[in-house]
Design a protein around this ligand. Structure first.
Ligand code: WT7
Length: 650
């Protein structure tokens, strides 16, 4: 972890304002510290208490059953996620409150109360039953960011079907692979979603994908037009004759709530399995701790439901707390650069939760843009997805938060289910660039390869040293991979029962604050999206002109990282490299999605390799970051001289 020593130490400290702390759930460092001490000494009692705050049809006997590397939380208990988001508000004023405020890029708006949302979820749940969906079936949801997508997730949860949301920006090939890997029997989609003024035809991608998806028996499509396939049913038509009463299924705590695919260091995405009771407990608790919800909040999280943030902190966390949730379908800077601030001002949003990459791009267009809007409704700001650089943090704090709003930098992962490291805003002082401390009950450490804890400010591997309820239970269909990726780096020994390896590098400062240094594996964060370089490499080599490919990240001011691909070509006569470069970018977009397109493709006659033939990505990373080789993208770079010289390093 070479970058650590070069890091400047950050000394600015921001204490929570008196005003914020006075109204906060946890309003002082003393009460926070005592809660944390109690929870960390006895995490099981802590999680037992937290589990009692969600609704159960019947209670558990065992808090945690841990058989390395598999956890079961509250295993004898029965609960339901949709019930916890909707039915628990029955006979309270929340039922008449707005649950969802939706706006689309073109200005179309809709709002739904909790009662209306409840009724729509029941209609769809009954429709799913009517087409033969039963508990345990997997349903892929491929939609834009709209109320129907949330209704679809909750309808699945209500009847015990497992939802598998695939981000609408993924290509039909990527969709096909995720449908097949998850053995989905049904797909819920919509005709098209809107982004940057363009209509993105989701149904067309689904139709393309299902040609090679033998398990799919039905497709439900919102706004379907010109239906030709007998598989497809129109959303509105199928809901027409349904009853809006649908009992929530009583589900075992460990019943899978959803699968969510994410990238790893091999070419094959991992379908992480999240279950019900523990996940809800962790998400309800962390939402309360980090966002300090208030009844009048208008909560705006800009994440898409295709990502874990959309699951935990657009849908489940906020709905369990009866929040009014603002969702937006489209690009946050379209049709004008101030679109996000316009939304906040017009709805009076009080909490904004977004990604550093978005903040950096808003920062880049100049302060005069946000300054045109009244942002004084905001009281709390959050970030997630990647490390936030202190400059962007300060800008967010001063220009958006007017130095009034605490910033919660939240570290977590698809695998963790919920937030793990973040300040509790009424209590914990913040420093620009650190997610601060693990939430009470979460035990984290920075350790060396040999398993020992690092010294203060010494870089090492971020690990979670004790199970937690929101943790992914396995990788669907691949328990071995789950064990080897996350639990084999630090297997059980006489001191602990196995530690979870996050894949991130970190250091702990003199206050015990965690500074995340980024990934230590071949996973890259581009604009807050997680991509495996191996996935992109395999997409590139599937092009007939490409022999070998190596993809590395280059740091980028706005996106955090961009991808640079080195490729060797299978010689073809009269090949125009700039045409090929464009073709390859399109090819990656087709195989995975536009989000995975390399920024630059460099053609080379060979790739630098170790003696055993491993591509030396470290060398390529140095090259793209420090630019020892310059020139246009069409120059052939010759690594042949290096080829035989390098010992095995990686
Ligand atoms: C990876 C997880 C958690 C939802 C969104 C991303 C990076 C995430 C932070 C943060 C520094 C962060 C890590 C992590 N990351 N949040 N606050 N500070 N890095 O979920 O796609 O599963 O990616 O994102 O590298 O391992 P994900």
């Amino acid at each position: 972890m070479e970058s650590i020593s070069s890091l400047l130490q950050e000394h600015r400290i921001f204490n929570p304002s008196k005003e914020f702390s006075q109204n906060a759930n946890i309003g002082s460092m003393e009460s926070y510290a005592s809660m944390r001490q109690i929870a960390n000494l006895d995490p099981l009692t802590h999680w037992n208490e937290q589990a009692n705050k969600i609704h159960w049809f019947s209670k558990w006997e065992t808090i945690l059953d841990w058989k390395y590397p598999h956890a079961q939380w509250f295993k004898e208990g029965y609960t339901n996620a949709a019930f916890n988001c909707l039915d628990i508000h029955k006979n309270t004023p929340t039922m008449q409150k707005t649950a969802l405020l939706w706006e689309r890029e073109d200005g179309l708006r809709q709002s739904l109360t909790y009662e209306e949302l409840h009724s729509k979820v029941c209609l769809l749940a009954n429709a799913l039953k009517s087409i033969g969906i039963v508990k345990g079936n997997v349903i892929t949801i491929y939609m834009g960011m709209n109320p129907e997508a949330i209704i679809a997730m909750l309808a699945c949860a209500r009847i015990g079907a497992v939802h598998n949301v695939v981000f609408g920006g993924f290509s039909s090939d990527a969709l096909r692979d995720r449908i097949n890997d998850s053995s989905s029997v049904c797909i819920i989609t919509q005709n098209a979603t809107l982004r940057r003024g363009a209509s993105i035809p989701l149904l067309t991608s689904v139709e393309q994908a299902v040609k090679e998806c033998p398990t799919v028996q039905s497709i439900i499509c919102k706004d379907a037009i010109n239906i030709e396939s007998p598989l497809i049913q129109d959303w509105d038509t199928i809901l027409l004759n349904q009853n809006d009463i649908c009992e929530a299924e009583h589900l075992e705590s460990e019943h899978p709530l959803f699968f969510l695919y994410t990238s790893g260091s091999t070419g094959k995405p991992k379908g992480l399995v999240h279950t019900t009771g523990g996940y809800l407990t962790h998400v309800r608790y962390s939402f309360e701790m980090v966002f300090d919800p208030k009844p009048n909040d208008i909560y705006f999280c800009s994440a898409d439901i295709g990502w874990i943030t959309g699951h935990s902190y657009v849908v489940y966390g906020p709905l369990m707390h009866g929040m009014t949730i603002l969702i937006y379908e489209g690009a946050l800077n379209h049709p004008h650069p101030g679109r996000i601030w316009e939304l906040i001002a017009s709805y009076g949003a009080t909490i904004l939760y977004t990604a550093p990459t978005a903040i950096r791009s808003f920062m880049g267009v100049g302060n005069h843009i946000p300054e045109q809007y009244a942002l004084d409704s905001l009281r709390l700001l959050g970030t997630v997805g990647e490390p936030i650089n202190p400059e962007a943090w300060m800008w967010y704090h001063e220009v958006i938060g007017k130095s009034r709003c605490p910033i919660v930098d939240t570290w977590w992962q698809t695998e963790t289910g919920g937030i793990m490291i973040a300040p509790v805003p009424g209590a914990v002082p913040t420093k620009p660039g650190t997610a601060t401390l693990p939430l009470p009950g979460i035990l984290a450490d920075v350790i060396k390869k040999n398993g020992e804890s690092c010294q203060e400010n010494e870089g090492g591997y971020l690990t979670i040293t004790y199970p937690w309820p929101g943790m992914a239970r396995t990788i669907f269909g691949d328990g071995e991979r789950y064990k080897s990726v996350y639990w084999s780096e630090f297997p059980p020994n006489e001191l602990h029962q196995g530690m979870y390896f996050t894949g991130d590098g970190a250091r702990k400062d003199e206050d015990g604050y965690f500074w995340i240094m980024g990934r230590v594996d071949d996973v890259v964060n581009v604009s807050g999206h997680r991509l495996g370089t191996a996935e992109i490499e395999s997409a590139l080599v599937s092009h007939p002109a490409i022999a070998e490919a190596a993809v590395v990240a280059r740091p980028d001011e706005i996106k955090g990282n961009v991808l640079i691909a080195f490729v060797t070509v299978i010689q073809q006569k009269d090949m125009d490299l700039s045409t090929l470069e464009n073709e390859l970018k399109q090819h990656v977009a087709k195989e995975i999605g536009a989000l995975a397109k390399p920024e630059e493709i460099r053609f080379t006659s060979s790739l630098p390799k170790t003696r055993s033939g491993k591509i030396m990505r470290r060398l390529l990373r140095e090259l793209v970051s420090h630019g020892t080789i310059s020139g246009d993208t069409t120059t052939l770079e010759d690594f042949s001289a290096l080829e035989q010289l390098r010992p095995d390093e990686e």
